[in-house]
Design a protein around this ligand. Structure first.
Ligand SMILES: Nc1nc2c(ncn2[C@@H]2O[C@H](COP(=O)(O)OP(=O)(O)O)[C@@H](O)[C@H]2O)c(=O)[nH]1
Ligand SMILES: [Mg+2]
Length: 216
């Protein structure tokens, strides 16, 4: 079977590297123990999960690194070079703290730098810090801020709740693997719908001009 790739993105401290280790079942990525970010460069690791070859790409938070717009574009382009074959983009969001405008800004910068629909088609929101949240997250998501709702809408409402402290996250891992195998199928491109319509309009305009010239 094809290798599955998970690209983990999001704000510093949201548990990206911990999530990467949890999926792999091994501590291959450096987790931060302080307020500073341990991940300053994209890094990757391979592993076998449930008999499947998995590649994980852990990414730094480009805004935290104080990168300029051009540097963010270059950084995200490097991540994108791994987005081949079957892959999912996992956006790590903490479910135990409020989703802030600052965090939404990081998300938007990454999305813009990515530049095309493959970003949202492969996007999955992964709620981390599930161990610090005992409320019903599925219910709570109905009333969260507009920004988070728009992120979830971008992801086609595909989300998974992870408890990085749990020893067993098998069903969540399975869900992520299914999402990687089957990205959101984009609706038929509006170009395809519009092309014949545009052609008909164009032909009609030509006919009207020809008729007008003939009758002058
Ligand atoms: N309680 C709890 N702590 C977590 C969880 N995930 C990560 N952490 C802690 O949060 C801190 C940041 O995690 P890290 O994976 O380095 O975040 P990153 O900056 O997004 O890569 C570390 O101290 C982790 O041990 C989680 O699910 N629950
Ligand atoms: Mg990290």
């Amino acid at each position: 079977m094809d290798e599955l790739t998970f690209l983990i993105v999001g704000k510093t401290g949201n548990g990206k590297s911990s999530l990467a280790n949890l999926i792999l079942g091994e501590s291959k990525f450096q987790v931060s123990t302080s307020m500073t970010s341990e991940t300053t460069q994209m890094s990757e690791a391979m592993g076998v999960v449930n008999g499947e070859q998995i590649k994980i790409v852990d990414t730094p938070d480009p805004v935290n690194l104080d990168l300029s717009k051009t540097e963010i574009s270059a950084e995200v382009a490097r991540w994108k070079s791994h987005a081949v074959g079957k892959f999912a983009i996992l956006l790590a969001v903490r479910c135990d703290v409020r989703y802030t405008a600052e965090e939404y800004d990081i998300y938007k910068k990454i999305k813009i730098a990515w530049g095309d629909n493959s970003f949202t088609n492969h996007l999955v929101v992964v709620f981390t810090f599930g161990d610090r949240q005992d409320r019903n997250i599925h219910e709570e998501l109905k009333t969260v801020c507009l920004e988070l709702r728009s992120v979830l809408a971008d992801a086609g409402n595909r989300y998974v709740i992870f408890n990085n402290r749990a020893h067993d996250s098998e069903s969540e891992k399975q869900k992520l693997m299914e999402y990687a195998r089957a990205p959101v199928v984009p609706p038929p491109s509006s170009n395809l719908i519009n092309k014949p319509v545009l052609l008909i309009i164009f032909v009609l305009i030509i006919l009207i001009i020809a008729l007008w010239l003939a009758l002058r």
